[in-house]
Design a binder for this molecule. Structure first.
Ligand code: HEC
Ligand code: HEC
Length: 208
């Protein structure tokens, strides 16, 4: 028992001295660092972490730079990206852009149960909420929310908890407005219940 304790003390001391002389990111390939949370193939380890497959080069780059410049904040991303060079960002983004899509989607411009007994999430996705100036999500994010390069990210097959958190962040002015700035007014016009429903709807699309 005491031997083990001694062993781990030595181990953590050597980590400490490593930490003092090298930056963590410089020591490893930048992708290995990202992969701890986002997976090598862009499939995230947890529901609150976004999948990075199937997103455009310019969208990924703009978001990583927004985190680096602290315009977009995350306690997870901040320590990782604050001192990344443009070259390292380019390397990481190129890796994720090259990953195959983890899911395939049936392209739809309207809900499957349209116009009958349509669920709340599906209704918002395909018809928006016109009384509050919310256009259909698919009018920008593409049929079935598969994304439209370069500026409209894929929502289909993205993690539900992550999607909800983004809409709540815009609702509370915690994420920068982004391209067009439309997500701020859209998120503010949706109730928390509607945010949960539309996030679950998009997250559950797609076949593995
Ligand atoms: C410790 C875990 C962790 C590590 C390591 C990490 N990320 Fe993240 N990343 C997150 C989390 C959590 C979020 C969501 C933050 C939020 O809720 O806004 C995120 C968000 C992102 C986004 C935004 C995606 C979108 O759809 O808008 C991109 C792009 C991204 N990370 C790229 C990277 C890259 C590139 C690396 C490596 C240099 C990296 N991340 C390392 C946890 C991590
Ligand atoms: C007028 C066009 C437009 C419409 C309509 C629209 N979006 Fe967006 N959305 C965008 C743009 C542009 C971005 C990227 C913002 C950025 O650059 O940060 C985005 C980003 C998002 C994100 C963040 C994705 C990520 O990976 O971080 C979510 C979630 C989202 N939209 C959900 C929705 C939902 C739900 C609806 C329907 C209620 C909707 N959007 C309707 C333009 C639109």
């Amino acid at each position: 028992m005491s031997k083990q304790r001694h062993g781990s003390a030595v181990l953590s001391m050597s980590f400490l001295s490593l930490g003092l002389s090298f930056s963590v990111v410089a020591e490893q390939s930048v992708v290995e660092v990202c992969a701890d949370c986002h997976g090598q193939d862009g499939q995230a380890r947890e529901n609150t972490i976004p999948n990075l497959w199937g997103l455009s080069e310019s969208y990924l780059t703009s978001q990583v730079k927004a985190f680096r410049e602290q315009k977009r904040t995350s306690t997870f991303m901040q320590p990782i990206v604050h001192d990344l060079t443009d070259e390292q960002i380019k390397q990481a983004v190129a890796h994720y852009v090259a990953q195959p899509d983890a899911k395939t989607f049936t392209i739809k411009w309207r809900g499957e149960t349209w116009p009958g007994d349509i669920s709340l999430g599906e209704q918002i996705a395909y018809s928006g909420k016109w009384q509050d100036n919310v256009p259909a999500c698919v009018s920008c994010h593409g049929p079935s929310g598969v994304g439209v390069d370069p500026s409209f990210p894929r929502l289909a097959g993205q993690n539900a908890d992550y999607l909800k958190k983004q809409l709540m962040a815009w609702k509370q002015d915690k994420r920068p407005p982004g391209v067009l700035g439309s997500m701020v007014s859209i998120s503010k016009a949706l109730s928390d219940e509607e945010i949960a429903a539309v996030s679950d709807y998009f997250a559950n699309l797609g076949e593995q």
